[in-house]
Write a protein that binds this ligand. Sequence first.
Ligand SMILES: [Zn+2]
Length: 252
Amino acid sequence: MSGRSVRAVWSIRNSLPAPWRRRVRAAADVALRPISSVTGGCDDLARVALTIDDGPDGRWTPELLELLDDKGIRATFFLLAYRVRRHPQIVRELASAGHEIALHGWDHTRLTTLRASEVRRRTNDARAVVEDVVQRRVRWFRPPFGAQSLSTYTAVRSLGLDVAVWSATAEDWVDGSPAEVAGRALNASRAGTVLLMHDGLEVPDGSEMPSFNRTAAFAALLDGLDARRLRPVALSELVAGGGAARTAWFRP
Ligand SMILES: [Zn+2]
């Protein structure tokens, strides 16, 4: 699927009424499983995958690491290779604390704007940087902005990476108090959710960086999940035993 046909399909899908959208989605999920991305996990245990994008960040990642350590929680960090080069020691600490290290790309470029050969080269280079720092294989890739075409998907899968997107977010690119940000994540979370959060948020040119305290938002989120008896885990733990929910996820 080219960028243009993804945009066309996306606009048709958006023009359908919600019940039809769900029916189209359910039929497509079965047919398109071989080209699908992970959106969730098994929902018979009260767990959510805590996934954290765009880092490492010199300020927030060490604070978050300490918070997660205190609570005995392991998360999955989708890292940007250019930032890993800047903060290799933080990344080694994440790995040695038992967190799952995953790949978000070389930088935050929207892959659907690039040729497939370029996507493959950049993703392969980025993976080499991350794997060299943590000395372990990376399993998961998440495209920046969730932007994916069949061509970028195939390029990433050809490198042996599996694609994971998300099923809930805190919209933590929008400012608010830490309690409000955590509340958005909690409202969207249920058993089996893959929850998207950010430590080192990459904001598009011209947009303003939200000013709330990210560590305080994570603390409120972890308390809220605990109150709801939902246990945050790393993505591989959520989908262990073949429990992954997958969908054909293509968007410009
Ligand atoms: Zn991102």
